[in-house]
Design a protein around this ligand. Structure first.
Ligand code: CP
Length: 362
């Protein structure tokens, strides 16, 4: 069963094909109006969403299919303690494909192992958000004409911003990419993202706290919201929430063809005055989400009998994942699975959430 948990499960050729199909849908939507007639999409949103859930709903309806699901875990039996695996096993019986958002990192991986229909990760905690990345890639391709040779500024909450992690993973496979990582010390990009996608000088990147100094070299400026819901301390959130606010005057030295993106929702990190700037692409970006999700639903339904991309990891009794946001922290029956990334120093990564883990000291 082919699912999509991590953007890197798609090859660049497959991403190019999805973008081509999305552009064809934009050009001639009527051609696709009955492509999923009789099919049902399950939308399991254990966490709030406007764009992702409704664009998935709109995508399936635009393909002639139907949608069922919940937008709030308190209205599902998860509130009675039902596990992710059991929930998904049941909804597999009622639908042909499932889009799932969950606050715990790695939950879609658990779902994909239990499901009998394809699972699409619609965002798991601060980990990954692959369909936002497909939306971002379609937007960049349509605005810039290519996914190569771009300097991309990522600004704001790079620690918890799952859209940033998936976008870096995807863009690191194209040539001539440079990342400018703009964040306060406390919200810098996690080590596992640097290690997996930018490591060993593979990809050029710089880290800075100064948005205005970085501005002139950027082709893309990807602003992000400080993720209030991921902070352990509310005071810490209040201290950091206004770290970066993009105002019209801060764009004075930006390129005339800069593309300003944001996965949305914004709180106040982009002033509404910037919306009037022709370089503001974020509402168009959100609109593109419907078309790329149509293309993805078509692809996964067409390939449902193909084997899933195996995610490396083996059960290990002497290692536990210490990430409190990992699905293994709440669903304690799950086997703890890891992959070794550094044999010499005995460093492992959790197969669910990708955080670093070490064997227990004997
Ligand atoms: N970009 C995004 O994921 O938005 P929602 O949280 O509204 O789905």
């Amino acid at each position: 069963m082919r699912s999509l948990i991590d953007i890197l499960e798609l090859t660049t050729a497959e991403i190019d094909e999805l973008i081509a199909v999305a552009e064809d849908i934009i050009a001639d939507p009527a051609k696709y109006a009955e492509a999923c007639k009789g099919k049902i999409l399950g939308t399991l949103f254990f966490e709030p969403s406007t764009r992702t859930r409704l664009s998935f709903t709109s995508a399936m309806m635009s393909l002639g299919g139907n949608v069922l699901g919940f937008s709030d875990s308190t209205s599902s039996s998860a509130s009675k303690g039902e596990s992710v695996a059991d929930t998904v096993r049941m909804v597999s019986a009622y639908s042909d494909i499932i889009a799932m958002r969950h606050p715990k990192e790695g939950a879609p991986y658990v779902a994909a192992k239990a499901a009998t229909v394809p699972i699409i990760n619609a965002g798991d905690g601060g980990h990954f958000h692959p369909t936002q990345t497909l939306t971002d890639l379609l937007t960049i391709k349509r605005k810039k004409g290519s996914l190569h040779n771009l300097t991309i500024g990522l600004c704001g909450d790079l620690k918890f911003g799952r859209t940033v992690h998936s976008l870096i993973a995807a863009m690191s496979r194209y040539t001539g990419i440079k990342f400018v990582l703009i964040a306060p010390e406390e919200l810098k990009l996690p080590g596992y993202v640097k290690y997996e996608f930018l490591g060993d000088g593979k990809i050029e990147y710089v880290e800075t706290t100064d948005l205005e100094a970085a501005m002139p070299e950027l082709d893309i400026l990807y602003m992000t919201r400080v993720q209030q819901e991921r902070f352990a301390s509310h005071d810490e959130y209040l201290r950091l929430k206004d770290s970066y606010i993009l105002t019209a005057d801060k764009l004075h030295n930006a390129k005339p063809d800069l593309c300003i993106m944001h996965p949305l929702p914004r709180v106040n990190e982009i002033s509404v005055k910037v919306d009037e700037d022709p370089r503001a692409c974020y509402f168009e970006q959100a609109k593109n989400g419907r078309y790329i999700r149509m293309a993805l639903i078509l692809k996964l339904l067409a390939e449902k009998d193909q084997p899933d991309t195996p995610r490396a990891g083996e059960a290990m009794a002497d290692i536990v994942c210490s990430n409190p946001r990992c699905i293994t922290s709440t669903e304690q029956e799950l086997p703890h699975m890891f992959r070794c990334v550094d044999e010499e120093h005995g460093i492992y990564r959790c197969a669910y959430c990708d955080q670093k883990a070490y064997p227990k000291k004997k």
